[in-house]
Write a protein that binds this ligand. Structure first.
Ligand code: KIV
Ligand code: NA
Length: 275
């Protein structure tokens, strides 16, 4: 398994870090087999696999449930788990309690939190208790309501400079990595150049130290809408649908199950049946 130190070396060497979300056992196993460097158990699972309209309804229990399945599927890959909506704000005691519970019960290697400002104190608290933290700046899906929707962030110099300050702040708070989401590529490039920690982009251009995508987006699995910054590297949903339609048609026309799928009892036993 790669460590935070290895990611630091990858940044220095210019080797791109590959991060992908996974929410279950088979996807985690495929991520590991496919050579993904970091698996993110993102709270995007709320939208992608639970069918919510946002990440807001996702609970700590949801993250633990999915995080444990991912850990079982990828024992040798660095796993970061998102802290869900409003669980790391206000009380530091509660932040520590929830963070430690998710970290311990999932067996994650890191936690991820959205934002800076007061959230930097949460980062510091978690790191001081021994939990590596991945920061997340730019578009913060848990705060979409406050940000006025799912929009590109840091488009003007003032907002961009604020984000550069936030990046310094989360690094100083002890974050081991930073995800920047949905920002102009020029800004993401500056953030990556200015930061000592690896910066992973999503919707942030090619100038970061690595890239992250949601598995269902890159694999073309599911019916959810896909943002502009995604490339569909496969059409696995269409393949799965082909399987489902084939199964239904074969059941209906009697071609499944066939002889090779059935079990047999001896004829003498059949003769003793009452029915
Ligand atoms: O929840 C998630 O999938 C994320 C990534 C988009 C970075 O936070
Ligand atoms: Na997330």
């Amino acid at each position: 398994m790669k460590s935070t130190g290895d990611f630091q070396k990858m940044k220095a060497a210019g080797d791109k870090i590959v991060m992908m979300t996974a929410y279950d056992f088979p996807t985690a196993a495929m991520a590991e087999e496919g050579g993904v460097d970091v698996i993110l158990v993102g709270d995007s699972l709320g939208m992608v696999v639970l069918g919510y309209d946002s990440t807001v309804p996702v609970t700590a229990e949801d993250m633990i449930h999915h995080g444990k399945a991912v850990r079982r599927g990828a024992k040798n890959t660095f796993i970061a788990v998102d802290l869900p909506f409003a669980t790391y704000h206000g009380s530091m005691d509660r932040t520590l309690e929830t963070g430690a519970r998710i970290f311990r019960e999932t067996g994650a290697d890191a936690l991820k939190l959205e934002g800076a400002g007061p959230v930097s104190d949460s980062i510091r608290t978690l790191v001081s208790a021994g939990m590596p933290v991945v920061a997340h700046l730019g578009l913060l899906p848990q705060s979409a309501g406050v940000l006025g929707g799912y929009k590109v962030q840091g488009k003007d110099a003032e907002a961009a400079n604020r984000l550069l300050e936030e990046a310094k702040e989360v690094e100083a708070a002890g974050a081991c990595m930073l995800v920047v989401e949905c920002v102009p590529y020029q800004l993401a490039q500056r953030v990556a150049a200015a930061a000592s920690i690896p910066v992973i982009g999503i919707g942030a251009g090619a100038g970061t130290d690595g890239q992250v995508l949601v598995f269902h987006d890159l694999a073309g699995y599911g019916s959810h809408r896909v943002p502009k910054f995604v490339r569909r590297f496969a059409d696995s949903g269409a393949e799965a649908l082909r399987g489902i339609s084939g199964f239904a048609a074969a059941v209906r026309d009697g071609s499944f199950p066939a002889e090779e799928h059935r079990f047999t009892m001896k004829e003498e036993e059949v003769g003793k049946l009452y029915g």
